[in-house]
Write a protein that binds this ligand. Structure first.
Ligand code: EPU
Length: 342
């Protein structure tokens, strides 16, 4: 197994913040994973491709980066069950499925990150969530030292949420994900940018349109370091919705249940006056206000200062408290937004 000492993580997080971890493990088998876990004595942060993680201290915790690779396929009636190891790249998997006529994840093209990280936050975009196609997740439980199979229901998926972020946090590792993909293409075109003129639509057409939309709205992390949406879209009650919409009739909102509405955090940030705001090497992106950008590759705390400002302004204007979607990691491990004291 690759074990690196004093490992520089600045190219292993898409915010490109400087951080060094004392030891970096890349296990690719269960034996190596167990060895890494035992060496860390339970004190580590699990990293995928670093596209949803913000390191806020110069020192990071011990890092385990699972690198299990490979795929296998079983054909069942009208569908295939595709099992993919956690170290594979998500977008390459989407391309592979489109090329091989396995349908269901074409709307999730170009999302950065690894396959193993995808169920943790139940990645979603353009009308599809990963939970729509997950059959099961194989999860290595550290305390039992064995792989447990969790079916879709057991994963407790929600909007950008799952059991892996909640009760199973820190207790094991996703080693592979099994997707149930259709053999017949049924396009999901509910997102308003996905309207097509042509009659014979293919999954490749949808994937390419999604790529075009993403490239037009979201900055490429290789050019402008970012982690996609920094905040989750807030869920509010029907009562709060009615009060807000009376004051802001143009505010986009999506009815989730009879009692709950989801707001667009990007709209709230823009209308709090922060779209395009820049200071101290960081800023709010000028096309998509939900994305915070580390323009000058500065340290993670600068991004926390900006996120705090965004949260304060949105709360002052709309009375809504935004919650980060990005995972915030200090020298000890996963944490929440710290209080900034000047
Ligand atoms: N909007 C603004 N100003 C902005 C940004 C957005 O007014 O600066 C408005 C848009 O005009 C639209 C609404 O907000 O009416 C929603 O915007 P958009 O369709 O761009 O999607 P989003 O809600 O901002 C979510 C996901 C994205 C995903 C898109 C498309 C979250 C936190 N983000 O963004 O996911 O790509 O929908 O489905 O749910 C990510 O998680 O990193 C991510 C990029």
């Amino acid at each position: 197994m690759q074990i690196q000492q004093s490992f520089n993580l600045s190219h292993h997080n898409t915010f490109k913040v400087p951080a060094v971890c004392p030891q970096y493990f890349e296990p690719s088998t269960l034996e190596e994973l167990t060895e890494a876990y035992q060496t860390c004595k339970g004190n580590f942060y699990l990293l995928g491709e670093g596209s949803n993680t913000l390191f806020i201290d110069n020192q990071a915790p011990l890092i385990i980066r699972p690198k299990f690779m490979g795929k296998s396929i079983t054909t069942i009636k009208n569908a295939v069950l595709l099992t993919v190891s956690c170290g594979e790249n998500w977008h390459e998997l989407v391309q592979y499925c489109v090329e091989n006529n396995y349908y269901g994840i074409e709307n999730l093209a170009l999302i950065p990150g690894s396959v193993g990280a995808a169920p943790v936050q139940n990645i979603g975009a353009y009308g599809v969530e990963l939970s729509d196609v997950i059959q099961s997740v194989s999860w290595f439980d550290f305390s039992q030292q064995q792989v447990i199979e969790l079916d879709n229901k057991a994963c407790e998926f929600g909007y950008r949420d799952s059991i892996f972020k909640q009760s199973l946090q820190g207790k094991g590792v996703i080693v592979s994900v099994t997707l149930k993909l259709a053999k017949e293409f049924q396009p999901k075109l509910s997102y308003k940018g996905l309207n097509f003129e042509q009659e014979k639509l293919t999954a490749k057409d949808v994937m390419e349109r999604v790529i075009t939309i993403r490239e037009s709205k979201l900055p490429d992390p290789n050019k402008l370091p970012n982690a996609g949406s920094f905040f989750k879209n807030p869920m509010i009650s029907k009562e709060v919705y009615h009060t807000l919409i009376a004051k802001h009739p143009d505010m986009p909102a999506f009815k989730v249940t009879e009692q709950t509405f989801k707001l667009a955090a990007g709209w709230l940030i823009e209308h709090a006056g922060l779209k395009g705001y820049r200071e101290n090497g960081v800023g709010v992106h000028h096309n998509q206000a939900l994305v915070l950008v580390n323009y000058k590759h500065v340290k993670g705390l600068r991004i926390i200062e900006l996120a705090t400002l965004v949260m304060e302004k949105v709360q002052a204007k709309f009375g809504i408290l935004l919650a980060p979607e990005v995972r915030i990691v200090d020298h000890q491990g996963l944490t929440s937004i710290p209080e900034i004291t000047n």
